[in-house]
Design a protein around this ligand. Structure first.
Ligand code: NAP
Length: 285
């Protein structure tokens, strides 16, 4: 039976560290980190994510602002709001909850966020910085995974890592961060031939596919560390991309769903916002 990589516990430790740093920052500089979250439309899953992010901000002592726009507002209204928040002194991070309703140009909207406030690290400048290894903000899900691996003492240098999925928000940045940690990385996707042959080589296997139970035990090397990013809503509830019951008997370590990667993602959003606030404080001195 594999060791469970406990994202709730690790995220909670991380939030405690952030809370302590916020107190010091406020005491020494008067700067309190501020995060603005923008929700467009009524998507129920997005509403839950936004509520959780707001709660997490309040929990660590951030200023948290929430903006709700209806799905039929003109895109210019959203862009104007982002412009206002770009200029707002007390806001260090701006997050537009994705996916946006149909008709919005996500790339254009994300590009409108000032890179210094792009705490999701989805904008072109921050993505480029991740490629070169010269970054302040790391995309929250891959960064959370890396922190979890480090917390459990998983060595990455020289390891064979396989990432299934090449999305801009998970797969690609995950592969880049593993590469920066000196792992040897393969990225697989829907056109990959003989996927199992590749995943069976993985000492670190990250599944970010969006298909419940996609990774079966026969795709996993004995003693692998298996990271399940998937959050699939099924009639049985929330399910990961990994067939947990079977794979946990083969892997050395595995993340549960829920309670694995998810809580780490929010902790990293807080971390990025704190980093931005520290820069604001330093610029004032
Ligand atoms: P996405 O944009 O839909 O990307 C899915 C990736 O899986 C694509 O690259 C796709 O390949 C690949 N894929 C699909 N079918 C495949 C197959 N049969 N064989 C190999 N690869 C295949 O999804 P995402 O945004 O990365 O999210 C992935 C999952 O993670 C979702 O369940 C999402 O809800 C979850 N998620 C969780 C968190 C968290 O905090 N825990 C954060 C973000 C996302 P192609 O590129 O060829 O289409």
């Amino acid at each position: 039976m594999a060791i469970l990589l406990d994202g709730r516990q690790t995220a909670s430790k991380c939030r405690e560290r952030i809370r302590a740093q916020v107190e010091t920052l406020v005491k020494e500089t008067g700067v309190r980190p501020g995060l603005a979250v923008i929700l467009v439309g009524e998507d129920p899953a997005s509403q839950v994510y936004v509520r959780n992010k707001k709660r997490a901000c309040e929990d660590v002592g951030f200023v948290s602002e929430e903006y709700r726009l209806s799905a039929d507002v003109p895109e210019t209204e959203l862009l104007d709001l982002i412009d206002t928040l770009n200029e707002k002194e007390t806001i260090d991070g701006i997050l537009v909850q994705l996916p946006l309703p149909q008709g919005f140009d996500e790339k254009k909207v994300i590009a409108a966020i000032a890179p210094r406030k792009d705490v999701d690290a989805f904008g072109f400048e921050n993505v480029g910085r991740i490629m070169t290894g010269d970054f302040d903000f790391v995309p929250c899900t891959p960064a959370g995974i890396l922190m979890l691996l480090k917390e459990y003492g998983v060595e990455l240098a020289g390891k064979r890592a396989v990432v299934i999925g090449r999305s801009n928000i998970v797969g690609k940045p995950m592969a880049m961060l593993l590469l920066h940690e000196n792992a040897t990385v393969s990225i697989c996707h829907s056109h990959t031939k003989d996927l199992g042959a590749i995943t069976r080589e993985a000492e670190i296997l990250v599944a970010a596919v969006g298909k419940a139970g996609f990774v079966t035990a026969d795709m996993v090397k004995d003693g692998a560390v298996v990271i399940d990013v998937g959050m699939n809503r099924t009639e049985k509830g929330l399910c990961g991309d990994v067939n947990f019951e079977a794979v946990k008997e083969k892997a050395a370590m595995i993340t549960p769903v829920p309670g694995g990667v998810g809580p780490m993602t929010i902790a990293m959003l807080l971390q990025n916002t704190l980093t931005s606030a520290k820069k604001r404080a330093a610029a004032r001195q």
